[in-house]
Design a protein around this ligand. Structure first.
Ligand code: NAP
Ligand code: MG
Length: 413
């Protein structure tokens, strides 16, 4: 009798106080989304969400207003979890009979929240990174505004002079010669904004404190004495606000030149956040994620400068698997890890913000159950070929999620 009561008591669902902003998505990840909720969340958590369907059908129906609403809700409540979504192209226009080629939802949400994206690999002992001394994950933060991505260019077809001119509204006038061309060549003009760099810095320091990891930042300010130096100066200024908290947590802010950073990253043990300028982040995130093994094992968090969070998987909607699933109604072996970790990340953050220890613990146990499953060799097809020192048993997504459920129940009993 006592045992039975205990069982009922421990199975009581965890209560939430503030809703999580839930952004549903497309294709295979939309299928996984429902499975994760049904099997891994709803039996344990009295889930409170404000639901936004960002699936392409609904985005088209609402003329993309739903994406804006979802971003505004994230501003209001502070934490969101997002499923991967289709960014339409010409092919999708036809496939979904769209009214317009709607912009990338991630781009829309990012511009409303003014946030920075942090990508972190989920690592397990049986999958070794290509760089063998990387014991812990490396998180990359990419500044997503300006530089070469918003540059203008001229092809000079003949000799002539190229100048950089600034005409200020209040009288600042500066003119410098870029180059006296003796023959043909190329010219590029780019910019960035103090405001955007400052937001980037705030998001980075906040995320470092959040994850209790040191923050590295790198530019080429020895060569670029005004442009890149401005990034370094703003980071130094903003760091003053966070310095005490860094000291308290025993983490550090480390600034170095980009080439020195690259060399140090390769020799490091990992376990830190590397903030990069736009282009460096574009290039280095591909290198770091590939070296860690699998896109399916990469999580992504958008952090706004005022501390709003949106959690998601770094991968897309896994279209190829979805078409296969639709064709023969057989469950595919698509890896749900990054999407599960988006949920656990969001629930943990909600728990921390609202002071709900049970919710934080649930997030830990859910991730723990995922690791238990993988550490026993039970995995999806994409990981089977990567595992070493263990005999992998590859299963379909539904079986994999059920295996996680079994271990989660054990942990929570
Ligand atoms: P993708 O969905 O990331 O998939 C590319 C390939 O990577 C897959 O075909 C698969 O390889 C492998 N893969 C990715 N995630 C996997 C997982 N969880 N489990 C197993 N394998 C996985 O990229 P995509 O095919 O280029 O894009 C598909 C759609 O997603 C596009 O419409 C794009 O707009 C959208 N997208 C959305 C986001 C987002 O919402 N954040 C990000 C990127 C792309 P195999 O086929 O070899 O098995
Ligand atoms: Mg890239």
């Amino acid at each position: 009798m006592a045992a039975a009561i205990h069982k009922i008591y421990t199975m009581a669902k965890i209560k939430m106080t503030t809703p999580l902003v839930e952004m549903d998505g497309d294709e295979m990840t939309r299928i996984l989304w429902q499975m994760i909720k049904d099997d891994l969340i709803l039996p344990f958590v009295d889930l409170k969400t404000e639901y936004y369907d960002l699936g392409l059908v609904k985005r088209d129906e609402t003329r993309d207003q739903i994406t804006v609403d979802a971003a505004e809700a994230t501003k209001k409540y502070g934490v969101a979890v997002k499923c991967a979504t289709i960014t339409p192209n010409l092919k999708r226009m036809d496939e979904y009979k769209l009214h317009e080629m709607w912009k990338s939802p991630n781009g829309t949400i990012r511009s409303i929240l003014d946030g920075t994206v942090f990508r972190t690999p989920i690592t397990i002992p049986s999958i070794h990174p290509v760089v063998k001394n990387w014991d812990e994950p490396i998180t990359i933060a990419r500044h997503a505004y300006g530089d070469v991505y918003k540059s203008v260019e001229i092809r000079a077809n003949e000799p002539g002079v190229a100048k950089l001119v600034f005409d200020g509204e209040n009288g600042q006038h500066e003119e410098v010669v870029i180059h006296n061309f003796k023959g043909a060549g190329v010219i590029q003009g780019m910019h960035n904004l103090d405001k955007s760099i400052r937001s980037f810095a705030h998001s980075c320091f906040k995320f470092a404190i959040d994850t209790k990891k040191s923050l590295w930042f790198s530019t080429k300010d020895t060569i670029s004495k005004k442009y890149d130096a401005q990034f370094r100066i703003i980071f130094e200024e903003v760091f003053e606000e966070y310095k005490a908290k860094f000291e308290e947590l025993g983490i550090e802010y480390f600034y170095t030149l980009i080439d020195d950073a690259v060399a140090r990253v390769i020799r490091s043990k990992g376990g830190f956040i590397w903030a990069c300028k736009n282009y460096d982040g574009d290039v280095m995130s591909d290198m770091v994620s590939t070296a860690f093994g699998s896109l399916a094992m990469m999580t992504s968090v958008l952090v706004s400068p005022d501390g709003k969070y949106e959690f998601e998987a770094a991968h897309g909607t896994v279209t190829r698997h979805y078409y296969k699933y639709m064709e023969d109604h057989q469950m595919t072996s698509t890896n749900p890890m990054a999407t599960i970790f988006a949920w656990s990340g969001a629930l943990r953050k909600r728990g921390e913000m609202d002071g709900i220890k049970e919710l934080v613990n649930f997030a830990d146990q859910l991730e723990g159950a995922c690791f238990d499953t993988l550490n026993e060799g039970i995995c999806t097809k994409d990981l089977a070929g990567l595992m070493e020192g263990i005999t992998p048993k590859s299963v379909n997504s539904d079986v994999f999620i059920k295996e996680i459920r079994t271990r989660l129940e054990k942990r929570l009993a």
